[in-house]
Design a protein around this ligand. Structure first.
Ligand code: URP
Ligand code: ZN
Ligand code: ZN
Ligand code: ZN
Length: 465
C-alpha cells in the first residue's frame, strides 16, 4: 500500500526539511509537498505533525543468540529485533561466530537459521574470525562476493578463546584489501590482560571492579595503535569497534590524520556510564561488565568530542544481553567468569538523541549520521539503508521530540532482567517505525510479523564511502 508521512520534519545526515514522504512498494518515491497529487488514490496519510521523520537506525554491532562466556545471549533474533524496532532501529549487522575447525560456510548457515523466520527488521552479518589458516583464507573471497558478508571482526583480546596474533590480523588486513572487505578489530592487549587477571585472582581479588582494573585504557590504546600501524602497512581498511577511551581515540585520529582508512565506533555505555558502576554492592557491578570496560568519567567528553569532530564516526549498541540472575551470576566468585556485555539495542537511538541532540553535543544531522547513515555507508548497504531518499527502502522513524520518559526494565522489550540505563530520563520517543514501508511499531505498539526481516547481501567495501 502507498503511504504519505505528512507534516513532519525530515532529517538526514545532510539536511533538515519540512517535507512529506511518499512510500510505494516499500520504497521512498517522493519527498516534497502536495504529494497526494501524484500518489495512488487509496494512499494512506499518516500525520507526523510535531515529529521528526528520521531514517531507521542502523546498528552495526549486535550479538543475538550468541554462545559466549559459557552461556548464550538472552535476546535472540525475535526478541532482539522487536526491541530494536521499538527503539527506532530498523537494520542490524550481527556477528556470526565462526567455529574453529569448521568451514566458515557452515557457521554462516547456522546464523541464517538463527535469524531467518525470526527477525522483524532487516539484517546483515559480519564474520567473527576465530582462526586463520589456508582453508579459511581460501574461503573468504567467496564469502565476500557470494554471501554478501563484507566485514570480518578480529580479536586482539580474549586470550585462548578468540584472540588472534598480529600475524593473523595482518593477513586478514591484506586479504580484506585485496577482496574488498572491512576489518573490524576488538583492540585490547589480550596477553597483558591475561597476566593482570591471573595476578588479581591470585591475590584474591574476585569482585566485578577487577574486570575494569585488569583492562586499563593504556592496553586499549596500545592495541588500537598497533592495529592502525598494521593497517597502514597493509594499506588496508580498519574499523575499530567499541572505542572507550582517549588513548584509543588519539591513535585513530593520528591514523586518519596520516590519511589511512581508519574508522572508529563507540557505544552509548561508554558515552554515558563510568567505572564507578562496577563497584555497586551485592554483585550489581556485574551488570556493567563490558570488554573493553567502562572508564573514568573524563573519557566521556573525549568520546563525545570525537563523534562531533569526526574522529569517531558511528555508535553501535554492542547488544550482548545476559540476565543478571543465572547468567551474570556465573562470575559471582570470579570476575573473569562474568559474561561480558549488556542490553542496549533498544535504547541506543533515544539515548543518543536525548544526550546528544538535546544536550547540544550533536547536531540533528550529525545524530542521523552516527546512528544510521555512516554505518550504512561503511558496511555496504547505502543508500538502500541509512537515509531517506528517493529510491531508498522506506525504513522510517516518526520521532516525537517532546516526550519525556524514563528508561526502565519495567517498560523495555528486551528479554533480559535489568537495564543498565535504569532510571535515566530521556527526551524523545520513536512513536511509529516502518520497515520497507510497513509498520513495525504503530503508536508505540508492535504490529509487525515475526520473520519479516530480510537478510542483506552487502556490497564490497569501498562502493559507497
Ligand atoms: O563486552 C562485550 N563487548 N561483549 C560482546 C563481545 C565483544 O567483544 O564485542
Ligand atoms: Zn569486542
Ligand atoms: Zn602512516
Ligand atoms: Zn561486540
Amino acid at each position: 500500500m502507498a503511504r504519505i508521512i505528512k507534516n513532519g520534519t525530515v532529517v538526514t545526515a545532510a539536511d533538515t526539511v519540512r517535507a512529506d514522504v511518499l512510500i510505494e512498494n516499500g520504497i521512498v518515491t517522493a519527498i516534497g509537498t502536495t504529494l497526494e497529487l501524484i500518489a495512488p488514490h487509496d494512499v494512506e496519510v499518516i500525520d507526523a505533525e510535531g515529529c521528526y521523520v528520521f531514517p531507521g537506525g542502523v546498528d552495526p554491532h549486535t550479538h543475538l543468540d550468541m554462545p559466549f562466556g559459557g552461556t548464550v545471549t538472552a535476546d535472540d533474533f525475535e526478541t532482539g529485533t522487536i526491541a530494536a524496532a521499538y527503539g527506532g532501529t530498523t537494520t542490524i549487522v550481527d556477528f556470526c561466530l565462526t567455529e574453529k575447525g569448521k568451514p566458515l560456510s557452515s557457521s554462516i548457515q547456522t546464523w541464517h537459521r538463527k535469524a531467518g523466520g525470526k527477525a522483524v527488521i532487516d539484517y546483515g552479518f559480519h564474520l567473527m574470525i576465530s582462526e586463520i589458516n589456508d582453508q579459511v583464507l581460501a574461503e573468504l573471497p567467496d564469502i565476500i562476493a557470494e554471501e554478501g558478508i563484507t566485514s570480518f571482526k578480529v580479536f586482539m583480546a580474549y586470550k585462548n578463546v578468540l584472540q588472534a596474533d598480529d600475524g593473523i590480523l595482518f593477513r586478514i588486513l591484506q586479504c580484506a584489501k585485496q577482496h574488498g572487505a572491512l576489518v573490524m578489530v576488538h583492540a585490547e592487549n589480550g596477553d597483558v590482560i591475561d597476566e593482570l587477571i591471573k595476578q588479581a585472582l591470585a591475590s584474591g581479588h574476585t569482585e566485578p571492579i577487577n574486570h575494569a582494573l585488569t583492562r586499563p585504557s593504556i592496553l586499549e590504546g596500545e592495541a588500537t595503535g598497533r592495529a592502525v600501524r598494521l593497517t597502514a602497512l597493509a594499506d588496508s581498511q580498519l574499523y575499530v569497534v567499541h572505542v572507550t577511551c582517549e588513548e584509543a581515540v588519539l591513535q585513530i585520529a593520528q591514523g586518519r590524520l596520516e590519511g589511512h582508512n581508519i574508522w572508529g565506533e563507540t557505544c552509548p555505555q561508554y558515552l554515558l556510564l563510568d567505572i564507578s558502576h562496577l563497584e555497586l554492592p551485592d554483585f550489581e557491578g556485574a551488570k556493567y561488565v563490558w570488554s573493553p570496560p567502562l572508564r573514568a568519567k573524563e573519557h566521556q567528553e573525549v568520546l563525545w568530542n570525537a563523534l562531533r569532530n569526526g574522529q569517531l564516526q558511528t555508535v553501535g549498541s554492542d547488544q550482548c544481553s545476559f540476565n543478571f540472575k543465572g547468567q551474570k551470576e556465573l562470575g559471582a566468585d570470579d570476575f573473569s567468569k562474568i559474561p561480558n556485555g549488556g542490553p542496549i539495542i533498544e535504547d541506543r537511538f533515544s539515548l543518543l538523541y536525548s544526550e546528544g541532540v538535546e544536550k547540544r553535543r550533536l547536531t540533528l544531522n550529525k545524530f542521523v549520521d552516527v546512528i544510521a547513515t555512516r554505518a550504512a555507508k561503511l558496511f555496504g548497504i547505502f543508500p538502500q539503508k541509512g537515509t531517506i531518499a528517493v529510491g531508498s527502502d522506506a525504513d522510517i522513524v516518526i520521532f516525537d521530540p517532546s516526550v519525556k520518559r524514563v528508561i526502565s526494565v519495567a517498560t523495555h522489550h528486551m528479554n533480559v532482567d535489568y537495564n543498565p540505563f535504569e532510571g535515566i530520563a530521556v527526551t524523545g520517543e520513536p512513536i511509529s517505525v516502518l520497515s520497507r514501508g510497513e509498520f513495525l511499531i504503530r503508536d508505540r505498539q508492535f504490529v509487525g510479523t515475526k520473520g519479516s526481516g530480510r537478510f542483506l547481501r552487502r556490497q564490497p567495501f569501498g562502493s559507497a564511502n
